[in-house]
Each structure stands twice: as C-alpha cells, then as structure tokens.
Design a protein around this ligand. Sequence first.
Ligand code: NAP
Length: 306
Amino acid sequence: MRALVTGATGFVGPRLLRLLDDPVVLTRNPDRAKESIGTLARRFHAWDPMQGPPPAAAFEGIDTVIHLAGESVAEGRWSAAQKARIRDSRVLGTRHLVQGMTSAAVPPATFVSASAVGYYGDRGEAELTESSPPAKDFLAGVCVEWEAEAMAAEASGVRVVTARTGIVLGAGGGALGRMLTPFKMGAGGPLGNGKQWMPWIHVADLASLYLFAATTTGVRGPLNAVAPNPVRNSEFTKALGKAVGRPALVPVPYFGLRLAFGEFAQVLFHSQRVVPALALEHGFAFRYPTITEALAEIMGASATAA
Ligand SMILES: NC(=O)c1ccc[n+]([C@@H]2O[C@H](COP(=O)([O-])OP(=O)(O)OC[C@H]3O[C@@H](n4cnc5c(N)ncnc54)[C@H](OP(=O)(O)O)[C@@H]3O)[C@@H](O)[C@H]2O)c1
C-alpha cells in the first residue's frame, strides 16, 4: 500500500509514517518538513490546503490518502480570525484535497480523514458511539462540515473513513506535553469537579488505527478513534499524578483556565464518554487499552528520552 499523508509534520504524523512503506508527504513547506521528519519519508510535494488542490503528480501510484492537516485547536486564543483558520484549514483544505484525489487519473481506493470527538460536544454520562448525533457548538460544527467534505469523495468510488479522534497522548508533545509541567511541579489537579469523561488514545494506537482503517474494507464512515476505556477527568488526573510521582489534588477552577485559554477552556470541561464501537466490532486490538498502561509507557519513553 502506498500512502499519501498530509499533516505528517505534526504530533501524530511521524508515528504514522513509521508504519508506512515509502510514504509520500504533502506539506506547506517541504524544506521544513524534510528537516522535521528526517528519513521517515523520501518524497514530498508542496501543498497549501487553503490555496487549491494538490499537484496531480502527488496522487500517482497512491492507494490511500491519510489527511491530518489543520490549524491546531489548542494553541492561541480563539479570536474570530483564529476560529476562521481552525475551520477553513479543515473544511476548505479537505474540499481541495478531495477535488485533487477525485480528479486524479486513478483515484485512491481509500481516504482516511481525521475528525475529532469535538463532534459530540458536551454530553454528560451518555455513551457515545459513531451513530450518536453531533452537538451544536463551534467545534462540533467544524467537525460536521469537515466530515461532509471528506465523505464527498465517496461519490467517486473512494472508501472514506472519518476518524473522530480523542485526546492524543504520547511522549514529546501534544496534550500531555502541555499538562506535564504543572503536574511535575505538583500544581496539577482535576478540572472543576473532575466528573467529566475524557476520551483519550495513545498515539501508537492511533497510528495503528489509521492504518487499520485504510486497510480494512468493511470500515467506512465515522470511526471513533479513542481507547476502549474513557476515564473521568479526576481518574486521569490521579493516574497522571501517580505516573509523575506527584499527587494532583488541587482542583483547577474554570475561571483560571478561561483566563489562560479563552473560549477553548470550555472544551476542557466537556464530558464525552466516547467508545470505539466500530473499531472493536472489526477486531482492532488496542495495545494501550487503559490509561495506566498508556501513561506507564509514555512516562517511561519520556524518561529514556530525557
Ligand atoms: N492531537 C490531538 O490530541 C488531536 C485530537 C483530536 C483530533 N486531532 C486531529 O488529528 C489531526 C492530527 O493531529 P496533530 O496533533 O498531529 O496535529 P498538529 O500537530 O496540530 O498539526 C498537523 C499538521 O497540520 C498542518 N497545519 C498546521 N496548521 C495548518 C494550517 N493553518 N493550515 C493547513 N495546515 C496546517 C501542519 O503541517 P505542514 O506544516 O507540514 O503543512 C501540521 O504539522 C488534526 O487534524 C487534529 O485536528 C488531534
């Protein structure tokens, strides 16, 4: 299988590239990408998702496209301009990518596009499977539009999977990278009352699940890309405190996070009990099914790298 990958230079991308045989990379800046990815890919094409379809040559010999590119939702305050970047980089970017792949001489057989658990919004105790309806907030709206743009490739016979990705945990960055400093200083703690459910996934399982989606013909449409054991925020906090050897007891109030993160802070308090129903139905085996196993591996890897 020959894969074309967008967003390969991000947090998740390099983990995915390692599983692929001679992947091709689409990036806004090939020179910077070559530097950050090193030997994980040999072929690069320049593509700015906002500007139009990728060059036709990028799709030559490609069986599957895996699409991870998009403006980060967790960096920078959500000004109107930042929200437009978050939306447009995904909605227009996916539209342009689909235009490119469906007008290729030979379109790819499969298209795996990232989406996010933000699709479900704030849902309390409800168990959320792929058939649960979307919420109505900003991120849910972005996910609905983003997935619709990806699904449009089906009209050209491409099998499409939209991977509703949870909070990705791994060494060296991502959500955990932002949390580790306060936790190591003993200043970590549950967010609010800590009862909200957190859908998470180990980055290694996520990379394998994207590949599984690309190669398993029965998988199509939305796919919850989360571990089979979501945890309450208080449970996650306790496990992380234990993993770094510092108790994490002091609750973090909403207003503090609102000051630090602006509107994005709301998302940190959302309760999303998302389960990977489709992945389990198709027999996907998670290497890190519980938060304790995931954090043990990640903290071990961080310690080795330090
Ligand atoms: N990490 C998580 O916890 C998480 C959770 C849920 C969903 N997801 C989704 O999974 C995908 C991959 O996540 P990630 O954490 O690896 O992403 P990331 O590190 O934030 O970024 C991935 C890549 O997207 C490209 N990019 C950044 N800003 C862009 C913009 N304004 N316009 C177009 N392209 C832009 C960059 O690639 P180039 O510079 O090479 O073009 C970047 O390396 C994303 O779509 C994200 O929304 C992630």
